[in-house]
Design a protein around this ligand. Structure first.
Ligand code: URA
Ligand code: SF4
Length: 261
């Protein structure tokens, strides 16, 4: 069993070696994303003595997904919920899919309603189910370190999952479970209106972009969900199993950080 703390320490050390203070993220020449088709990157900016941080261009645009909003004139309370607390209350009594049967607690998500970053995982694990809080087990410990490294304390982001109840034995959430649960996530994102969404792992990425493409194919692009820039990266639990993915994950979160501004 990999030690999450040791991995997190290594992760932080790696960032240090990669460029000192990860928070100084120099602006790029030019304003926005380059076109998917453009070939010539801008000439590298002269190195500033105060910054040893590499200044890579932003990745090209990827998928843009704009799911239809809920029907405001139906009796469905989800699209009408006006706060994160209201969503959490609806989730607490939800029985729309079979995952309600095995849960101890629902895990709606937590964090700041005015967060600039929304982090989306897959679904609650054992510790999350026991506590009702997202990302508090070993993967959560690593996520907290990753967020700290880009100077976004946990309390200042909103952290949630695609499904709000724990799948038995931590299996992948099934298609119909995701379909039943995803209106809560969509409404949460609508309420928070973040500047950036970080999709951690294949389930979050594929759900938020409405695609079956692999995580590998989805990384390193600036996607959009309802117009909000969305970055795809590895799930922290996968990172605990595969330390080789630490460097690419760090690259991804730095891109998210730069998009937040
Ligand atoms: N893994 C997730 O995807 N979400 C959590 O909340 C915890 C672990
Ligand atoms: Fe409801 Fe989502 Fe829990 Fe299923 S996983 S019971 S849809 S809250």
């Amino acid at each position: 069993m990999t030690d999450g703390r040791a991995l997190a320490r290594e992760f932080l050390e790696q960032q240090r070696q990669l460029g000192g203070n990860p928070v100084i993220l120099p602006d790029l020449p030019g304003s926005g994303m380059r076109d998917a088709g453009s070939v010539a990157p801008p000439p590298p900016a002269p190195a500033h003595p105060a910054s040893r941080i590499p200044s890579p261009d932003l990745p090209p645009p990827g998928i843009s997904y704009d799911p239809p909003g809920g029907d405001l004139f139906s009796n469905d309370p989800v699209p009408q919920a006006v706060s994160l607390e209201a969503i959490a209350q609806l989730v607490a009594s939800c029985t729309k899919c079979r995952l309600c049967e095995g849960r101890r607690h629902t895990v709606p998500g937590e964090g700041a309603a005015e967060a600039r970053l929304v982090v989306v995982g897959e679904g609650p694990g054992r510790v999350e189910d026991e506590t009702g809080r997202p990302f508090v087990g070993p993967a959560g410990e690593l996520l907290t370190k990753i967020l700290g490294a880009i100077e976004l304390p946990r309390e200042r982001v909103f952290i949630c999952n695609v499904v709000k109840c724990r799948p038995p034995e931590n299996r992948l959430p099934q298609f119909d479970e995701i379909a039943a649960c995803v209106p809560y996530l969509f409404r949460q994102i609508e309420i928070v209106k973040p500047k950036v969404i970080l999709a951690m792992g294949g389930t979050a990425a594929q759900t938020l972009l409405n695609t079956k493409q692999s995580l590998g194919a989805l990384r390193n692009l600036v996607h959009r969900f309802r117009g909000i820039p969305l970055i795809v990266t590895y799930h922290p639990a996968a990172l605990l199993r595969n330390p080789n993915w630490k460097k690419p994950t760090w690259d991804d979160v730095r891109i998210a950080r730069r998009l937040i501004g």
